[in-house]
Design a protein around this ligand. Structure first.
Ligand code: COA
Length: 222
């Protein structure tokens, strides 16, 4: 089915598990996350993952990153590793028509200047057929609202400049991540202050499937 064959839902409605709508927020997020085009997207339910979503999150993640040349295609293992380490601070799914079509993960980061309560955003995935319809923005926006409610100072990510800049994420002089060009490291601050130093994402980001194979091999030993 081509993307253009998707039904055009009207009027646009966003449903969040906590009945949060952009109009009711007391702290406005970047306007690009609340613009009219965004609100004209189809019905999207954003909710926490449950145990039933684990397999479909893997499928969505694999499918979303499959065609991405810059990906190592290890994102599904990263999510698994974060989950097993109890480091999935937030794991949200996007449902359209009862089907999980998107996912976003947030996990704690450490920053060399000692700034506490910062998080890493990602991986974030939307099934190819559902991309460019506002689902990624909805996941990111709800994730940011939840992080703010958790008392987070902010979050950062390594990602595509074109996408994250338009959402209000910014490059921060003096905030770096080893091996990543500075223009690919983006941050969002809830308090107007940005840390300085090196960002270290959770060890789960090094997962590449070998760890799971080793675990499975040990578990299957007689
Ligand atoms: C990136 C991703 C999560 C965005 O979700 P989405 O639902 O497609 O995005 P949205 O509909 O919320 O936003 C659409 C806008 O974002 C921008 N955008 C989306 N994907 C983009 C991309 N790959 N490159 C540049 N800009 C992009 C465009 O401006 C687009 O607006 P347009 O369609 O009017 O041009 C999704 O495309 C995806 O899963 N991609 C593959 C995995 C990936 O790259 N994950 C992020 C790694 S950093």
């Amino acid at each position: 089915m081509a993307a253009s064959a998707l039904p055009r839902w009207r009027p646009a409605t966003l449903i969040y598990r906590r009945d949060v709508t952009p109009d009711t927020q007391t702290v406005p997020l970047h306007t690009a996350l609340c613009d009219k085009a965004y609100m004209k997207t189809q019905r999207i339910l954003i909710r926490d993952e449950t145990g039933h979503d684990v397999a479909v999150i893997t499928e969505v993640t694999i499918a979303a990153f499959a065609g991405l040349e810059i990906s190592n295609h290890t994102e599904q293992y990263i999510i698994e590793a974060l989950r097993s380490a109890g480091a999935l601070t937030l794991s949200l799914v996007a449902e359209v028509g009862g089907r999980v079509v998107g996912h976003i993960a947030f996990s704690p980061v450490s920053i060399s200047d000692g700034t506490p309560n910062w998080y890493g955003l990602g991986p974030v995935s939307v099934l190819p057929l559902y991309q460019r319809q506002g689902i990624g923005k909805a996941l990111i926006r709800e994730g940011l609202l939840r992080l703010r409610d958790l008392g987070a100072g902010g979050c950062c990510l390594v990602g595509h400049p074109e996408y994250y800049k338009q959402l209000g994420f910014t490059n921060v002089a003096g905030l770096v991540h080893r091996g990543v060009p500075s223009e690919a490291l983006y941050a969002w601050s809830f308090r107007g202050r940005f840390p300085q130093g090196e960002v270290m994402f959770h060890d789960g980001f090094a997962a590449n499937g070998q760890q799971r194979q080793a675990r499975d091999a040990i578990a299957s030993r007689p």
